[in-house]
Design a protein around this ligand. Sequence first.
Ligand SMILES: *[C@@H]1O[C@H](CO)[C@@H](O)[C@H](O)[C@H]1NC(C)=O
Ligand SMILES: *[C@H]1O[C@H](CO)[C@@H](O)[C@H](O)[C@H]1NC(C)=O
Length: 986
Amino acid sequence: MKGYNLLIFLISFTVAFLGQQDTVHVHLIPHSHDDYGWIFSIQELYNNPSPFKGQGAVKNILNSVFTEVQKSPFRKFNQVEIGYLDIWWDSLTEEQRDTYKSLVQSGQIEILNGGWVMHDEATAYFEDIIENMTVGHLWVQDKLNITPTVGWQIDPFGHQNSNAALYSQMGLNAQWFARIDYQDYAQRSQNKEFEMIWSPEQNSGEQNYIFSAVNYKHYSPPQNFSFETDQPVTKQNIAQKAQEFVQYFQTMNQYYRGKHLLHTMGDDFAYSKANIYYENMDLLMEYINSHNDQYNMKILYSTPSNYLKELQKQNESYPVNKYDFLPYADKASAYWTGYFTSRPSIKGFTKDSGRYLQAIRNIFSVESILKISNQFKNNYQDIFKALQNFEQQVAMMMHHDAITGTERQKVAYDYIQRLNNGYSLIRDQLHPLLQEYTEKQINEKDIDYVQCNWNATITQCDITQQQLSQGLPVLLMIYNPSTTRQQLTRIKVPPISLLVLNVENSQIAADVICSNPQDDNDCDLYFVDKFEGYSFQYYKIKINVEKNSIVKPLKKEQSSDQINIDLSQSQSLSIDTMTLNFTLSTREKKQIKNDHIKSNKFFSQKHHSSKTKKSFQSSFQIQYNFYMSSTEVHQPSGAYVFRPAQTPNMPYSEIKSATVYQGEVVTVVLLDGTKTTTQLRFSSIYPQKQVCEVETFIHSIDVDDGIGKEVVMLINTNYKNDRKFFTDSNGLELQQRQINYRNTWVLNQTDPVSGNYYPIGAIIGLEDTQTKQRVLVVNDRSQGGTSLNEGEIEIMIHRRTLKDDDKGVSESLNEFDDIKPKQGLQQKVRHYIIFEKEKESTGRLIQNHLDSANQIFISKTSKKKFQLSQDFNNLFENSPLVSNKNPYLRVYLKQFEDYYTLRLYNIHDFENAEFKLDSKFQILDELTLTANQSKQAMLQNKYKWKADDGQIFQPSIQSNLDQEKQTNSMTIKPLQLRVFKISFVD
Ligand SMILES: *[C@@H]1O[C@H](CO)[C@@H](O)[C@H](O)[C@H]1NC(C)=O
Ligand SMILES: *[C@H]1O[C@H](CO)[C@@H](O)[C@H](O)[C@H]1NC(C)=O
C-alpha cells in the first residue's frame, strides 16, 4: 500500500512539475482567406473592398501585409491563393519582387497549398486538381523558388480521400481544414482527435499519408480578437485582454495533444489593414510572454511549417484515419450536399474544358517533337502563352466557389467569359495547325474548322446545317486522344439521307436518326469506326442518293410489348415498351461458336437453351422524380444545402412514349417525357460488355408555383445491395458508402435523404451481395447521388431553388436559360449505365472514354471525295504516345523549356499498366504530382509520424526508377499516377 501511495505521489508530483515547466506554445497563423471569385468577380475582389465588415480589397491585403511584415523579423504571414499573387506580382517593381522573395525564402511568409486557387474537393476531378496545383506550384517555383509543403483546405465543404492521397504525393507534409460534420467535430473533441494521420486505403497498395488537422475554430481568430473590427488592445485593458486570450488557449489545450497549439488569426479578406492586426498582436504577445510565470504560455507568430517542426520534436502519437469527411453538415438539417449538383452547366463546361485541355496539349507537345507544321514554328511563343492562359482558366474553375456553383449569377457569367476567352485564344492557335495537317494528310486547302458542342441541337451547329441542306459535303477531322479503339461518332445533321466516306473513299455504315420530339429537323448522324491511337482521321459526309439512311421508328407488333434486338453476335437488348424495362444480355465468345447457327434466334428461346443460361443478363428501368426544396426559415434548400421539403421523392416527368430506332450501328430508344427527353443508346463498340448511354435533356424547371425543385434520375435494378453502395473520390478510388452510417463516428441521422448524399465525380454503383455483379453509373460532370432503396441508384441531375440557404452567397439558385431567357436553365446531361462482373472494371473503361472523347473538327470542303496524292500519311505515327496500348492508361506529354513531363495515370481498379517509352527519349527523373520536385527528394524530406497503436508512418523510399531508366519502361499500379521528367534526344 505504501509503495502504491508513493507512486501516486511521484506521478502527481511529476505532472505538477512538468505542468509548470511545459509552457504551452501558441502558434498564431496570420492569414487571409481570399476567395477567387464568389459574391463578386475576381477583378472586383482584387480592386475593391467588399461591403462586408472588415473585408478589404485583395490588392490592399497584399500591399499591407507586405509592408507590415517587413517591420519586424518576428512577424509572419501565410499566403494561399496564387491566382491573386499573380495579378499583384505584375504591379511590383523588380526590387519589391526580390524583397517578397526573400521574405518567402526566410520563412517569414509561407506559401500554403500553393495552388492557383483553393480547390473544391467534392466536385473537382483529380486531373483538374493536379492541373491547378501544378500551375500554382510551378508559379511559386519560378517566381519564389520554393516548394510548398503544407496543404490549406480551410474552406471547402467536405474532404476526400483522394485529395489526401494526392496531397501526400505532391510532397505536402500536412494539411489543415475547417469544415467537418458538427457531430464528427464533437466526437473528435472528446477524444483529442482533431489531429490525425490520414492514410487512405489504396488499390495499388501504396501507402499515402498526410498529417491532417481540423481547425479548432473554423479559420477565424478567437472571439473578440478580430482586430480589424473588434476592440483594440490598450494600456487600460491589456491585462484583461491577455487573461481572456490565455484562457481561450488553456481551454483549447484540453482538446489537443502535446504542448503546441496552432490557431488561425485571420478571416475572409482580412489584413487589408494589416498594421492594426499586427500592432495589437504585438502588444498582446509582449504582455503574455513577459508574464510567463503567471500564464505559463508563449504566444508566437508562426506558420504551419514551424508548428510541424515543433510537433516533430514532441513524442506524441496520433490516431489514424482511413476515411473521407463527407457529407458535411454544420448543424442538423444543413447538409451541404446540394452543391454537388448546383449549376450543372458550369460543372459540365468545366469538365469539358479540362478534357479539351488534356487532348490539345498532347497535340501541341507531340508537334513540338515531330516538328510538322510552320504554324507551331512561327507562333511558338504565342501558343505557349495561350496554353498557359487556358491552363490558368481551367484551374480557376476549380475554386470551391466556382465549380461548386455557389457563386452569384453574375460571377458565374464572369467565370464563363474568362474560360471562353482562354478557350478561343488556344483554339485560334490550334485550328491553323490542324489546317496545315489537313493539307499534308489529305491534300485539301481552304479548310476552316469549327467544333460543335456534343449537347447542341442542329440549330446550334451551323456548319452541318448549312452545308448539308444545300447538298454540299462536310469534312470531319477527328483526333483520338487515346489508344486505338472502336468509337461511335455522333454529329448533328438535318433530316437528310447521308453517307460517310473514309479516306479510302469507302462507305462506312451510318445511321441518321431524328429523335428530338421538339424539333423534327434535329437529327444525329452516327457511324462506328476504328480510330488509331493518338492520331487524326478524316471523313466526308455527303448526301446519299442511293439509299435512305434515315432510320424509321420500329413499329410495335400488336401482339407483344416486347421488342428484341441484336446489338452484335454476343449482345442483345430486349425492351418491354409497357413497363419500360430494358434487358441487356451478353454471351461468352466461346459459346457463340458452338451456337453459331442459332445465334439469330437466340432471343426467342432465351428461356430454355442450356447455353443461354450461362449468359449474363441485366435489367433496369429509368425514372425521373423530384424533391420540393424546403423553404423552412431555419434552413432552406439552396446553392449549398440540399434540404427536401418532404420525402420520399415524387414523380417528376411522366414518360409519354417510347420509340425505338434500330439502325445499323446504333439502337436509340427515345423516351419522350413531360419534363424530360431521354435517349438511350446501345451500340456494339464494347464487345461482350453491357453498356447503355443515357442522354437526358431536362427542360426548364418550372417554379411558377413558387416551389423550388430538385430533379433526380432513378435507375432501378433487381440487385440486392443491402444498403451499401460506392462512389468515386475525385474520379479515383471507390469509397464504400452505407445508408445512415459513418465509418469513424456514431451518426445521429437527422436527414435520411440529404444526409446520405455523396459527391459523384465519375462513378456511383452498387454490388449484388450474392452474385458480386455490379451496376455502375458513370456521369459526364460532377453530381450528388445516393442509393436509398434496394437496387436503386439515385442521382440529382438539376436543381432550381427560390431561397438563399444562408451560407453566405445571399442569392437563390435560380438559373435562367441562355436560349430561352425567361425560363429556367435547360440542360442535357449524359450517363452511362454499366453492368459488370466481379473485377471487370468496365466502368473505368467508360470513364476513360468519356474523359478522352474524340475531338471532332468540322469544315466545309469543296471536294466530294478524298483525292490523296499518295498513301494516307498518319503524321503522328512516330508520336511517343502511340506506344500506349492500354485503354486504362492515360498518357500526357507536356513541353517545358528544355524538357518534357510525361504523366501516366492508370485508372484500372485492379491491374497494373505498363508503358514503354520511345528510345528517342530518356528518363531523367520521377517527379512529384505537381512536377515541382524530384519524388525521391520529396520522400526523403517527408515527415514521419507515430500512430496511437505504435505504427510508424514513413515513406518507403525504394523505387524501380533505376531499372526504369535503363529499360525505358514503366509500371503503373492500379489507380496510380506517376510523373516523369524526360528529355528528347533528337
Ligand atoms: C451545353 O454545354 C454548355 C457547355 O457545357 C453549357 O453551357 C450549356 O448550358 C449546355 N446546354 C445544354 C442544353 O445542355
Ligand atoms: C490547385 O490547388 C490549389 C491549392 O489548393 C487549389 O487552390 C486550386 O483550386 C487547385 N486547382 C484545382 C484545379 O483544383
